[in-house]
Design a protein around this ligand. Structure first.
Ligand code: GLN
Length: 487
């Protein structure tokens, strides 16, 4: 058998279903690959060898069948896994083992998917480079001296390094799509409420969306179908059938986009993007036109305010959500030697347990929510959010989906954007509007710039996730997939 780690999830699933290979062989091949390369990549914070093999054995005994039965997966460390360490890449949660599974993890288990381990990320999913992990950065398999994107850099790098065929990410402002773009992998942010937030360690509850990551569009759709759908344990979960994303991906793969209208966002055109990114994007647009798509230029005048609005709303919600890490209920406790007050212990714990970016967000959010400033900052940002939603709604009256590059630049070298937070925030210039609106969006590799991958973003109306998969698969059929140099 050829190297199992190089195969797609759908190929692995059919080999396992026909018993040409066992689920244990597939899990073992990936665990061995992790053992061989992860000291260089650092995609994993925790590897669960015995848990993965046990789940694979259940599939081999015929106890579980299904479209992805036996296909292993890596899970971002911000998603709770029962009895398996979950830290959100923070020192404040070091050693914490959740007593329950997130809903999406329950669904992976029910689908017979062995969980290989937990992936590295920016602490509490705040960042765009994985450099803010308390456990050291993840290295991009395309160039180990460059960032793999963030916050879900570990999940994306695990795919690009062939350590896992599938991964789970979470996207609050771009953390699935931006790492996908800079590692040459696919990442989809489902419609907000389309996938359950139950069991995610909350960052910004009105934006957080878990979603699928893979190396091909079809694999991404297959995983999307496993994790999506209504969950009564999440109050914002949508009570509607999940769009048939797998059928849409297969339709798109036929390479026919006749009659599909793609909206080119005028305000994003060339806006601060690297020339190589612009060139790869333009060539891909031409490829889509050859498949029959029609290009319409649309204006979304409020998108330019998305970044400042996001950096008020997300930190405001984070400052509230992160109040629960007080040294009493979970993980780290510092200074509790009997001589200090409860408040002092909480303060010492938070000082020691949170990294600088997390503290920055808590400070910004607390300020934006404080009485006297609430209307001027948080209130204004919410108004901008409404205007951005209206821009999307107006655009979708003219076109089926919107398109743009996923990120303005390719993977950058470590340390090149950490000294100026604004430079880091710019990585999400094109991904954030979608989060404020709540619609779905996907990033697909579309070319290379100076040997590094460029991502193409497709944004669709809420609960029309199938539309973006169709266009994404069509693009993939035209431009192919991209393989990093051997590690
Ligand atoms: N990079 C953005 C931030 O730092 C988005 C993070 C995310 O989507 N989790 O907030």
């Amino acid at each position: 058998m050829s190297d199992l780690t190089r195969l797609s999830a759908s190929a692995l699933a059919s080999l396992i279903a026909s018993r040409e290979v066992s689920a244990v062989e597939v899990a073992t091949a990936h665990l061995d690959r992790i053992a061989a390369v992860d000291d260089r990549v650092n995609a994993f914070l925790h590897v669960d060898r015995s848990g993965a093999l046990e789940a694979a054995e259940a599939v081999d005994r015929g106890e579980i069948t299904g479209p992805l039965a036996g296909v292993p997966i890596a899970v971002k460390d911000v998603v709770t896994t029962k009895g398996v360490p979950t830290t959100a890449a923070s020192k404040i949660l070091e050693g914490w083992k959740p007593p329950y599974d997130a809903t999406i993890v329950e669904r992976l288990k029910r689908a017979g998917m062995p969980i290989l381990g937990k992936t590295n990320m920016d602490e509490f999913a705040m960042g765009s480079s994985t450099e803010y992990s308390a456990y050291g950065p993840t290295n991009n398999p395309w160039d180990l001296g460059r960032i793999p994107g963030g916050s879900g850099g570990g999940s994306a790098a695990a795919l690009a390094a062939y350590e896992a065929p599938l991964a789970i990410g979470t996207d609050t402002g771009g953390s699935i799509r931006q790492p996908g773009a800079v590692t040459g992998t696919v990442g989809a942010k489902p419609t907000y409420g389309g996938t359950s937030r139950y069991g995610l360690i909350a960052f910004s509850s009105s934006l957080d969306t878990p979603g699928p990551c893979a190396r091909t569009v079809e694999d991404t759709a297959l995983l999307h179908a496993v994790i999506a759908g209504h969950d009564p344990r999440d109050s914002t979960s949508i009570q509607q059938p999940v769009p048939d994303v797998v059928a849409a991906a297969r339709l798109g793969a036929t390479g026919d986009l006749t009659g599909v209208k793609l909206g080119l966002v005028k305000e994003f055109a060339g806006d601060g993007s690297e020339p190589g990114v612009v060139a790869a994007f333009r060539e891909s647009v031409e490829a889509l036109v050859k498949l029959g798509a029609e290009i319409v230029e649309v204006s979304c005048p409020h998108f330019q305010y998305a970044l400042p609005a996001y950096y008020l709303i997300a930190p405001s919600e984070a400052s509230s959500n992160l109040a629960r890490f007080d040294g009493v209920r979970y993980g780290l406790r510092t200074g509790d030697d009997g001589s200090r007050s409860l408040e002092e212990v909480m303060s010492l714990t938070r000082e020691a347990g949170f990294g600088p970016e997390v503290k920055r967000r808590i400070i910004i959010g607390t300020y934006a929510l404080s009485s006297g400033y609430y209307d001027a900052y948080y209130g204004q940002a919410q108004k901008v959010r409404t205007l951005i939603t209206r821009d999307f709604q107006a655009a979708f009256e003219q076109v089926d989906v919107l398109i743009s590059p996923t990120t303005p630049f390719v993977a950058f070298p470590f340390g090149s954007r950490t000294s100026d937070p604004y430079q880091m925030y710019l990585a999400d210039l094109f991904t954030i509007p979608t989060n404020l609106y709540g619609g779905p969006a996907i990033s697909v590799p579309c070319g290379l710039s100076e040997g590094l991958p460029v991502g193409f973003q497709i944004m669709a109306p809420t609960m029309a996730d199938d539309r973006m998969y169709r266009v994404a698969a069509a693009l993939e059929s035209a431009v192919g997939t991209f393989t990093p140099p051997a590690l």
